[in-house]
Design a protein around this ligand. Sequence first.
Ligand code: FES
Length: 157
Amino acid sequence: MLDTSYYEKADEIIARHTREERSLIPIIQDIQEEYRYLPPELLTYVAKQIGITEAKAYSVASFYENFSFEQKGKYVIKVCDGTACHVRKSIPILERLYKELGLNDKKHTSDDLYFTVETVSCLGACGLAPAITVNDVVYPKMSPEKVVDLLKELRGE
Ligand code: FES
């Protein structure tokens, strides 16, 4: 259950657009930018406000990979498991992150909402394998040890 500030923020965002179907994507993009995810309750709310069905809004939002219905951490870590990174041992890096943060392939975000760990199939930085990104900044030639140091750095330890 979201508190009222979320709906107030949604109203503010909706007011910047026209209330029609084609505004759905720009509105939910703005909402996701604000919260780093798209709360499903707000998607339903937006659908009602711009006069489209909830089903239509869900099918549009689910079509685009960019939209996430899950709350994400302050730092989104993407571990590349494309071929170049996989052969240079990206999986031990991923496993180390899971272990350090109490995550697994079903639970992607730490309870303190600090970290989200995802896998991707190529970051376009194959020459720097194994690579990861943190909030879209590339970290090259990682290892399980280096990733633990990086977590400490991000936590400000
Ligand atoms: S396979 Fe990892 S960056 Fe391309």
